[in-house]
Write a protein that binds this ligand. Structure first.
Ligand code: HEC
Ligand code: HEC
Length: 377
């Protein structure tokens, strides 16, 4: 924790001087009419060159102390930047308490990670996987180690200078610039070409089949309630975009656990409670975007639900029953559960329709776009 705090403080100081001399190079978003544009911090404008530098860094194993992992090790493009594990495994084989999150349309997220109201921007969030010790992910020991490794690469020297300008006293290659470039790459990960998008935004009435269209109606119905938490164009209520006046940030308990009937979640994975210490925050997590959800199994903060079908059964029951073992308890009766999770009856056809709808959120072009791919492979 101390290592991370020192680095955060240093960065806040470094951020005071204007480090960014590049002119915005007219960055083009691939966004159809009616689909909002991401909000971009004023001190980190998007440019093609910066996004490309960010891509090189995102996939560079120099970002881990033992040079075995990059961001891309846990955030793989073909599965919407997740890792297919219930719980991620760091560069020293330490198991993360939680599941890697998809980065689809991450530019629109008003809050980052599963249950931390304090994680608000991409430039800062990445310091946790880089330097965090609980758990160790990339396991970097100091920013000096990282920067001297990056500086030794001639190509990086040139690219950092081209993107951010000459040395202004902090070095051409420095941590502030590194995090800005990676954040710009992450903001570029915009997905707007799923069948759903083709139907809604791109004027293709046949892009969704009838079953998916019926499923969409169920998703947005008061009976199924999904849209209350997975609402907006981005299917998450913690969403912001360019021009948002009031930033919504929300966390919900959806009844996964109720250990011993006390409302408890497993220790170390109690959502916002772990940050706030307020009992009512127990089990509250962010409702993640459902874009590309069909390719990001297993599901939930701890990967404890294997398939989308099982997710639907979970909501239909109104909470999960764990009959025995250390986590035994009926999530349906968790005292902190959201009132929107009440359970519902669902016919087999309705279930198939909802699944068809969730599948229509997959954007194959996003999953295979060379712009987002690993440049070292
Ligand atoms: C060891 C695997 C691992 C590595 C390496 C890793 N991440 Fe993650 N990432 C995760 C996990 C697990 C979470 C969820 C964290 C939590 O909730 O505490 C996450 C969450 C995120 C989020 C929040 C997404 C959201 O929807 O809120 C972002 C952004 C992110 N990671 C970016 C990065 C970047 C950038 C790097 C490289 C500097 C990186 N990650 C390296 C596993 C990893
Ligand atoms: C009260 C708000 C709320 C409602 C209503 C709700 N969800 Fe969720 N959803 C969440 C939260 C919060 C999570 C993450 C919970 C966790 O990890 O502990 C989640 C997780 C999910 C996930 C897994 C996401 C991932 O990346 O692992 C899927 C899929 C999902 N919900 C689909 C649905 C569907 C379909 C409905 C309607 C039947 C629905 N949700 C209704 C809040 C809600």
């Amino acid at each position: 924790m101390r290592r991370l705090m020192t680095i955060l403080l240093g960065l806040m100081l470094a951020g005071c001087g204007s480090d960014d001399t590049s002119e915005p190079s007219g960055y083009q978003w691939d966004i159809p009419d009616g689909f909002p544009t991401p909000r971009v911090p004023e001190d980190n404008p998007m440019t093609d060159e910066k996004v490309e530098l960010g891509r090189l860094l995102f996939y560079d194993t120099r970002l881990s102390d033992n040079q075995t992992q990059s961001c891309g090790s846990c955030h793989r493009q073909d599965i919407a930047f997740t890792d297919a594990l219930a719980q991620s495994i760091g560069s020293t084989d330490e198991v993360h308490p939680r599941s890697a999150m998809a980065l689809t349309n991450i530019a629109y997220a008003s809050v980052l990670t599963w249950g931390n109201p304090l994680q608000r921007n991409l430039e800062e969030q990445m310091l946790t996987p880089m330097f965090g010790e609980e758990p160790v992910e990339l396991g970097l020991k100091s920013q000096e180690d990282l920067i001297s490794r990056l500086e030794s690469v001639e190509d990086y020297q040139q690219r950092f200078e081209a993107v951010f300008g000459p040395d202004e006293g902090m070095g051409v290659v420095n941590l502030d610039r590194t995090t800005k470039a990676i954040a710009a790459f992450q903001r570029s990960l915009v997905s707007t070409r799923s069948d759903y998008d083709r139907f809604i935004y791109r004027g293709q009435p046949d892009a969704m089949n009838d079953s998916a269209k019926r499923g969409m109606e169920l998703f947005f119905s008061e009976r199924f309630e999904c849209f209350h938490c997975h609402g907006s164009f981005n299917f998450s209520d913690s969403t912001q975009h360019d021009g948002t006046v009031f930033e919504e940030i929300a966390f919900h308990n959806n009844g996964l656990y109720n250990i011993g009937g006390s409302g408890a979640y497993p220790v170390g994975n109690q959502g916002v409670y772990d940050v706030s210490g307020v009992l009512e925050d127990s089990g509250k997590f962010k409702a993640p975007s459902l874009r590309n959800i069909a390719v990001t199994a297993p599901y939930m903060h701890d990967g404890s639900i294997a398939t989308l079908e099982d997710v639907l059964d979970h909501y239909s029951r109104g909470g999960r029953l764990i009959e025995d073992g250390e986590f035994a308890g009926d999530g349906k009766f968790n005292p902190f559960k959201s009132e929107l999770i009440n359970g519902f009856t669902m016919t087999e056809e309705e279930k198939a329709d909802l699944l068809a709808f969730l599948n229509s959120l997959t954007d194959e072009e996003f999953l295979t776009d060379p712009k987002f791919s690993d440049p070292y492979n």
